[in-house]
Design a protein around this ligand. Structure first.
Ligand SMILES: [Mg+2]
Length: 447
């Protein structure tokens, strides 16, 4: 469903304009809900749930997971109704594992009431920040909302209860799904700066952010055995260029804990790097041939072929458009019979998938091995998905996480012994249409 893969027996939730694939990434259907006169029908009920989700997001200064501003049914309230003044200094906090923890001791709350304030030091510390002229803002990822596992109204009342307990004015942003609002991507912060701070410019150099997803390893402190489940809070601060602290450092004064950043750093993806190796190789040939791609989804194969190979007259064969590998092989054979050269743009992870083309009609075969790492490819995929949402693309060629893991399991590096006349290493070199797209690409993101 959309970007999510459902296994046997799992369920999900579709909203207006969602895409349902009958087979992973194939046979897409766009969901269109239309107005109905039936008063007690389940579709009317579903429409209501979606509306409630949007309304509750709005009152928390957030937005729905497509990032659109939605009108709530109640009177429109402005940020000034909640905060007498909007300071330029922001003290930002994650909620789960930072401001609160579960009462049950479990990792995930067992019910909306399963929480307590994490440390007694938190309330006085936040109160003193307010006194020093900071605005206290909570930024929380709540993917459970878009997955239908957490009711927005339940989460809203949970946050209200937390704020009642703290007895402090706090602004809260909730990212209810994937995309540009989900930490570590900066969307929630940007929304705060553009629309949620009463027109007062935020001073990042005087602001700070605190969260528990900090990339700390196992046994990072005595009695703290578990490693952090993610690094998204530290990366959120890093994307923003904000001072970062863990809750233990900030509220309890613990010394700085060790941590590691993810192996892939999108800031280091070089737009001027060499595109392929060996550099002496020729990308196209005047003799008839088949070029077979090998590489993760979103490793830059399609862009590369459409930029460098297809314009030279090669017939482009791709399973996303043709459906099955059998159709791809037939298309390849047809083109070869017509005397054309062919570029096969599939992931072709193992010798078996490549052999299908190598056996084609005794024409010379070259392999273009797209060298992007799994992490680079996943990053590209997330970037593609986010850009598509922003630009409202009609077609999303984004892939599910499952596609990546199955491709990785099957992968066997291509070798000349399979019958290739040459193997080229093609590197992922990002290109950007505009600075906004590059700024988004350079941010750390997580699935
Ligand atoms: Mg947390």
């Amino acid at each position: 469903m959309g970007s999510e893969s459902l296994g046997r027996g799992q369920s999900g939730r579709l909203t207006h304009d969602s895409t349902l694939y009958l087979v992973n990434q194939s046979h897409p259907f766009r969901v269109q809900f239309s107005a109905s006169n039936e008063t007690s029908s389940s579709s009317a009920q579903k429409g209501k749930v979606v509306e409630r989700l949007k309304a509750s997001d709005k009152t928390k200064g957030g937005m729905n997971n497509r990032g659109r501003e939605v009108q709530s049914t109640g009177p429109k309230r402005s940020i000034q109704d909640f905060f007498a003044s909007s300071p330029k200094k922001i003290a930002g906090f994650d909620i789960d594992g930072c401001i609160i923890t579960t009462n049950s001791g479990k990792v995930f709350p067992t019910s909306p009431d399963d929480w307590r304030i994490l440390f007694p030091e938190i309330q006085p510390k936040l109160a003193s920040l307010l006194k020093k002229g900071y605005k206290v803002v909570f930024f929380t990822n709540q993917m459970g909302i878009s997955r239908g596992k957490l009711k927005p109204e339940d989460f809203k009342s949970k946050v209200e209860n937390i704020l009642k307990t703290l007895q402090l004015p706090v602004q809260v942003f909730v990212a209810s799904g994937p995309g540009i609002y989900r930490k570590p991507v900066m969307g929630m912060w940007e929304h705060l700066c553009e629309k949620g701070n009463g027109g007062v410019a935020v001073d990042k150099s005087q602001s700070l952010y605190v969260g528990d997803a900090a990339g700390r390893p196992v046994n990072w402190a005595p009695g703290k055995k578990k490693k952090d489940f993610s690094c998204s809070d530290r990366l959120f601060a890093l994307n923003l260029g904000l001072q970062f602290h863990t809750p233990e450092e900030f509220f309890l004064g613990w010394k700085t804990a060790p941590f590691s950043l993810p192996p892939f750093d999108p800031r280091k993806s070089d737009s001027n790097a060499r595109l392929y190796d060996p550099p002496s190789a020729s990308l196209t040939s005047t003799k008839q041939e088949v070029i077979i791609a090998v590489g993760f989804p979103a490793s830059g194969k399609s862009t590369f072929f459409h930029t460098h190979i297809v314009p030279k007259g090669y017939v482009y064969v791709n399973r996303d458009t043709l459906g099955s590998w059998q159709s791809c092989v037939s298309a390849c054979e047809r083109a070869l019979k017509e005397g054309r050269s062919v570029a096969v743009d599939n992931t072709n992870p193992d010798p078996e998938s490549r052999k299908r083309y190598l056996q084609s009609l005794g024409v010379s075969c070259r392999c273009f091995n797209f060298s992007a790492s799994l992490e680079q490819a996943k990053h590209n995929n997330r970037h593609m998905r986010m850009s598509c949402k922003i630009n409202a693309c009609m077609k999303v060629f984004a892939h599910s996480e499952q596609t990546f893991s199955s491709r990785r399991k099957k992968f066997v590096a291509p070798s000349l012994s399979e019958g290739f006349s040459e193997i080229l290493q093609v590197h992922f070199v990002p290109t950007f249409t505009d600075s906004q797209s590059e700024a988004l690409f350079r941010q750390f993101s997580e699935g």
